[in-house]
Design a protein. Structure first.
Length: 650
């Protein structure tokens, strides 16, 4: 029979093992959204930009991108955008929107946005960050040459942190392109950087191994494999480094050297099953099958959905057969056949459950989160046919991205459903406004018209007075500034003078004329001496009148705006609401179609993966049955030999 050992694994799988880390490394880089701009983000001059930053910090990226998209659209529609407060943050806002769109995996749109920033005359710091993000987009799309071209746009004056991240990304691209010697020269300066949390030396070690410098490569990976793990990501990286070293040494027939590295792997981590399996094979390669059985027997008790556990179901009885314990080997092979049969039945149940649509419902449960702790969140899901293999499926990048797209479509669908339900409330609000304002507006219009007529009259009279005052400034006319009582007294004095002049000469007439003359002179003297004061007061009163007229016109304008706004608060919305409802209905249908297509795609991929799993189980079952028969034959043969030699059969 064919023995399952590291030798069976083809050499090219080492490259696959190495490449599988690249996506983990990409996701482990510092988050894009506002990561490099937190210090500057505190100096916010535009309220809506600050609101978008707030939503992004709350991980509500949909609210952030929709608000900032609307703000940018309004900004570019202005006649003079430079006068808007967003002009201070315009470049940052464009970069920020691209980051948020990247979170939604809108790679083509993000790439075009970043390219526009590179083509524009923007600040060097913005240009550097845009180049780095464009490279990230290209890397995620596996366009490694394009990523390298984008990284070439980063200036030498970029912040050191950005330069280190760019160097790490450049090294990853070169490794993916198979240009390992170039990757070594790029990654060597960043290998000792503590800010990269071990990703620098890990990639440097991988590049060294692939370029042929195994000794130095092991030294770098050993640094990562022995570093203190501050969080789960660093623990996973440390385990991956140890697993890579152990696997590579096993391939090179160095089983003794491989075992210490494999023993470092955390027994509760995601790589523990592979480590236990390969620890057993390292012992088996040395002929120590009794020691190999320890990790294999431990591994047999773990989750049978894991491939390493399934291989351990065959490796353990193989180890017993090498120790000539053929009876025990046959029993374990029989157990393996039963386990593979049960697991195959469970796979069939899962395929049936997926076809019934239960799989997609399970994908949308609250427990199935897509955050950085998604692997641990998957463990909270109940053991059901539709969720039994979900964690293994999520480990694949393509399926994980499809899953996130499906959840985003669900969130968009929920958002549209929410707004569709708001139309009735908006129509009720418009009805209430119409019922309140419609009876009031006729009276308001009448008051407005009366006020307008009065202002016209007052304005005309004011202009007359102003023109008279201008004439008095050119030609002095004291009587023009006489008061009404003074003018009345002057008319009375003139009337008395006329009556005096008609009197015949008589005693006392002359005295009467003198009294009249004194009174008339006193009046003229008073008007003449107070002329300048009265003229000044008249100008002052004219200015006060102007202020009163201006205030009244403001009130009139406010009244005009008020009655216009009152009318506009309920008029003209019916068509807009109808158009918006039709647009939302169209978007709902579109999203429903996309969601159904995405769900079918995920179901097809899941069923395809489960079928491959079933084929593997079928192969393992076939091997187990033949090995079981072989072990039974050998056990029976040994019993016959014992009987011939006088031994007692068991």
């Amino acid at each position: 029979m064919q023995v399952l050992s590291p030798k069976v694994i083809k050499p090219r799988q080492r490259t696959a093992l190495v490449a599988s880390v690249l996506l983990m490394l990409a996701s482990a880089l510092p988050p894009l959204v506002a990561a490099a701009d937190k210090n500057k983000a505190r100096d916010i001059r535009d309220l809506y930009f600050g609101e978008a930053l707030f939503h992004a910090e709350q991980k509500d990226h949909f609210a952030a991108v929709t608000r900032l998209d609307a703000e940018l659209a309004q900004y570019y529609s202005l006649d003079d955008p430079r006068s808007d407060s967003l002009s201070y943050h315009r470049e940052e806002a464009e970069l920020f929107v691209a980051d948020l769109e990247l979170d939604y995996r809108m790679h083509r749109k993000v790439g075009r946005a970043m390219q526009r920033l590179l083509d524009q005359s923007v600040h060097e710091s913005i240009r550097d960050r845009a180049a780095y993000r464009l490279a990230r987009v290209a890397f995620i799309k596996s366009s490694f040459e394009s990523a390298l071209e984008s990284l070439d746009h980063i200036s030498a004056n970029a912040p050191r942190k950005l330069q280190l991240q760019a160097a790490l990304l450049r090294g990853q691209c070169l490794i993916s392109l198979g240009r390992h010697k170039e990757a070594v020269s790029v990654l060597q300066p960043v290998a000792a950087e503590p800010t990269l949390a071990g990703f620098g030396p890990y990639n440097y070690g991988i590049a060294l191994l692939e370029s042929g410098d195994t000794l130095t490569g092991y030294q770098q990976l050993n640094k990562v494999g022995t570093q203190a793990a501050g969080d789960r990501m660093q623990q996973a990286l440390r385990d991956k480094a140890n697993l890579t070293m152990g696997f590579t040494l096993l391939q090179n027939q160095k089983s003794v050297e491989a075992r210490p590295y494999l023993e470092r792997v955390n027994l509760q981590g995601p790589f523990s099953n592979k480590a236990l399996l390969w620890v057993g094979w390292s012992d088996a390669a040395q002929g120590s099958y009794d020691q190999a059985l320890v990790p294999w027997m431990l591994l047999r008790k773990r989750d049978i959905t894991d491939v390493a556990v399934q291989e351990a179901m065959l490796a353990a009885p193989y180890g017993f057969s090498q120790l000539n314990a053929f009876g025990r080997s046959a029993v374990l092979y029989g157990e393996a056949v039963e386990v593979f049969d049960r697991e195959s039945k469970r796979v069939d149940d899962s395929i049936t459950s997926i076809r019934e649509g239960k799989f997609l419902d399970a994908m949308l449960r609250d427990e199935a989160s897509t955050d950085t702790e998604w692997l641990f969140a998957m463990r909270k899901l109940p053991d059901a046919p539709e969720t039994r293999y979900l964690r293994d499926l999520m480990a694949g990048h393509v399926f994980n991205e499809s899953y996130r797209n499906y959840r985003d479509l669900r969130d968009l669908e929920d958002n549209i459903t929410y707004w569709q339900a708001q139309f009735a409330g908006y129509r009720d609000l418009l009805r209430l406004r119409r019922n309140y304002y419609a009876p009031l507006l006729p009276g308001v219009n009448g008051s407005y018209d009366r006020l307008d007529r009065q202002l016209i009259k007052i304005g005309a009279r004011r202009d007359q007075i102003a023109e008279q005052l201008k004439t008095l400034l050119r030609k002095r006319d004291p009587m023009a500034m006489a008061t009404a009582s003074e003018k009345t007294m002057l008319r009375q004095l003139r009337s008395i003078r006329a009556r005096i002049d008609r009197l015949r000469p008589q005693p006392g007439l002359e005295m009467l004329k003198q009294k009249h003359q004194r009174l008339e002179g006193l009046l003229y003297w008073q008007v003449n001496t107070e002329y300048e004061t009265r003229l000044s007061q008249a100008h002052q009163h004219l200015r006060q009148l102007d202020e009163t007229i201006a205030a009244t016109k403001k009130t009139q304008a406010a009244l005009a705006r008020g009655k216009s706004e009152a009318a506009l608060s309920y008029q003209g919305y019916d068509r807009a609401l109808t158009d918006l409802k039709q647009r939302l209905d169209y978007l709902k249908v579109t999203i429903d179609g996309l969601k159904a297509y995405q769900g079918q795609y995920m179901e097809r991929r899941a069923i395809g993966e489960l079928r491959r799993r079933k084929d593997r189980l079928r192969r393992y079952r076939t091997k187990a049955r033949f090995a079981m028969a072989e072990s039974y034959d050998k056990a029976l043969q040994r019993e016959k030999e014992k009987l011939k030699t006088g031994g007692k059969p068991k």
